[in-house]
Design a protein around this ligand. Structure first.
Ligand code: MN
Length: 260
């Protein structure tokens, strides 16, 4: 995308943390640095962990916050579909931006993330899409300033470079102040090796209920991974693609079934 086209582009902003999330304001700030035509369609409630889920057994309610800002009682996927196929159908968005998520979306997070799914849905609809997430440590305030300092520049550079239709971009900002960021690294999706486990609790009537909890590990030490970039204080830019086929295994299985 040429810089002159980008300045005129219609941008759709969504997220998974919901319409009231501070990270949504951070992404609106980023989008406003790119273009003056910014629309927002975000979930009414927090959809973190919703992945790429689509609401097909219940209706979607949309609440108008302003002329160009809407809250939808649904998932990030619902929001992007509602925006592209209904709200903005007269002039569809040229770019979809999703985030800025509170917390990283790297390695094993990718398929659980509603933030990434927002960009995934934009990509499925043929629109260049970018997901943004800000790393943070649980006992510190989120450094949104790092995202807003780097976000527009990263978006501009990836959009100017361009990418194929079934690809979208996953950007993560490290948990350091903007002035301490070491640079920008183009990475691959790492493997964290989730230590998910179930916590059992008791309700006041003696019944059990459960929380999914996790102790993150880092099982892979790949210097080119998103994990390594974030750990070392770099902005991580990962091109992801919708085709989950594993080619080497496909070839091996083809050979197996041909000889059978
Ligand atoms: Mn989230």
């Amino acid at each position: 995308m040429k810089p002159s086209d980008l300045a005129k582009a219609r941008i759709l902003v969504t997220n998974d943390d919901g319409i009231h999330a501070p990270g949504l304001e951070a992404l609106i700030e980023i989008a406003n640095q790119l273009s003056s035509d910014v629309w927002v369609v975000a979930p009414e409630f927090n959809q973190s962990g919703a992945g790429h889920s689509l609401s097909i057994t219940r209706p979607l309610r949309a609440r108008e916050v302003s002329e160009t800002k809407f809250a939808v009682e649904g998932t990030p996927t619902d929001c992007v579909l509602f925006a592209v196929k209904h709200l903005m159908k007269a002039r569809k968005p040229d770019i979809v931006l999703s985030g800025v998520n509170r917390g990283t979306n790297i390695a094993d997070d990718v398929t659980y993330s509603g933030t990434i799914a927002g960009a995934m849905e934009g990509c499925l609809l043929g629109i260049p899409s970018i997901a943004f997430s800000q790393a943070y440590a649980h006992d510190h305030p989120v450094k949104w300033g790092t995202a807003t300092h780097y976000g527009a520049d990263v978006a501009r550079r990836v959009l100017e470079t361009g990418w194929p239709r079934n690809v979208f971009i996953n950007v993560n900002f490290p948990d350091v102040v903007a002035g301490s960021v070491k640079g920008i690294k183009v990475t691959r999706q790492g493997v964290r090796g989730f230590g998910s486990y179930i916590v059992e609790r008791q309700d006041p009537r003696g019944g059990s209920y459960y929380w999914i909890a996790y102790a993150p590990g880092e099982h892979e030490f790949d210097d080119e991974s998103d994990l390594a970039a974030i750990r070392n204080g770099y902005v991580s830019v990962t091109p992801l693609h919708l085709d989950l086929t594993h080619e080497a295994t496909r070839r091996k299985l083809s050979a197996q079934f041909e000889t059978a």
